[in-house]
Design a protein. Structure first.
Length: 326
């Protein structure tokens, strides 16, 4: 599965996202709007999001539930079409744009319960005509199962016969069947036990090194993304509020929201440390606050924050922070 030296990946980023927007019409039905004179309502799930994923690296999008990170994942993979902005993949080893696949959050819902595992993994091979004969497909399925730490005999079983961690391994094998160079991982371990999470994350790191994969990793768990990421982008209410190299962000978080997220991570060496309690709730994306969207919960907000939205301006160290007082 390792790419041959003659087909080394070209230079340049694997993915460039510029000014990405996505809104959803959540208006009441037409008749209700006419009778009750209700206006149309749009939910702006993603607003002016820009980032770059380096080839062979891992960028993680983190934030609380509802911040828009999973919507970005679906935009990148083409499940949703953007309302505005640009998503541009770099070229792959074959000279064509990079192919991307997605690993979904719930291994219990993302696999067809009526299909045997061998058919689940073989489906991309048949649809994309990546193998010509059934014996070749059978051999490739067995190879993919071995790559993710399972046996060829497991292909004869149904998904309900496996644990959550094993099902996620099957999902990874299915994603690898189409031979992608880019994987979008939408909270792939959040439905798993902590001990199993570590096994899946280690498998993904091993596959990245072995196959030269690039990851866009979606998670709300900062301890998970620290293990996986080269760079982290923090999202809040559909916008990126801070982006930095992983260790730099953990060592010196600049945005108050990033500081709040890091403050929630348990610290084994200092379990009784004093922590500032988080105040307020995430505002509704249907009616976001004016100015900085975080100002109702921010401990350092001023009158300026209530009327002027900060832009994520680049800093000298390569980080971006959308805060007037970072």
């Amino acid at each position: 599965m390792s790419p041959p030296p003659a087909l080394a990946a070209p230079a340049g980023p694997a993915l460039t996202v510029t000014g990405l927007h996505r809104s959803f019409d959540v208006s009441a039905p037409w008749l209700n709007r006419m009778v009750y004179r209700l206006p149309r309502r749009n939910l702006h799930a993603v607003t002016d999001v820009s980032f770059t994923v380096p080839r062979g690296g891992c960028l993680s999008l983190v934030g609380e539930s509802g911040c828009g990170k999973s919507t970005v994942a679906r935009l990148v993979t083409g499940i949703y079409a953007p309302s505005a902005g640009e998503i541009r993949f770099g070229t792959g080893r074959d000279g064509r744009p990079l192919s991307a696949q997605m690993i979904f959050q719930d291994p219990y819902a993302s696999l067809n319960p009526r299909w045997r595992v061998k058919d689940i993994i073989a489906e991309p091979l048949r649809e994309l005509k990546l193998r010509r004969s059934e014996p070749e497909i059978r051999d490739r399925v067995a190879e993919l199962l071995g790559i993710v730490g399972m046996n060829a005999a497991d292909g004869e079983k149904f998904p309900h016969e496996f644990s959550g961690g094993q099902r996620q391994r099957i999902s990874i094998a299915r994603a690898l069947a189409s031979e992608p160079e880019f994987l979008v991982c939408d909270e792939p371990t959040s439905a798993l036990d902590v001990s199993v999470q570590a096994q899946i994350l280690n498998l993904m790191r091993e596959l990245q090194d072995r196959l030269g994969l690039t990851y866009l990793f979606i998670s709300h768990d900062l301890s998970v993304v620290r293990h996986m990421s080269d760079r982290i982008a923090v999202m809040y209410l559909g916008r990126i509020v801070e982006e930095a190299e992983t260790e730099a962000l953990f060592a010196d978080p600049r945005h108050p929201y990033t500081q709040l997220l890091l403050n929630t991570i348990p610290n084994v060496s200092a379990p009784q440390r004093e922590r500032e309690p988080a105040t307020g709730e995430v505002p509704s994306p249907l009616a976001p606050p004016p100015g900085c969207p975080f100002h109702p919960r921010c401990p350092i907000a001023t009158a300026r924050c209530k009327v002027e939205r900060p832009e994520p301006l680049p800093r000298a160290d390569g980080a971006r922070v959308a805060c007037h007082y970072a």
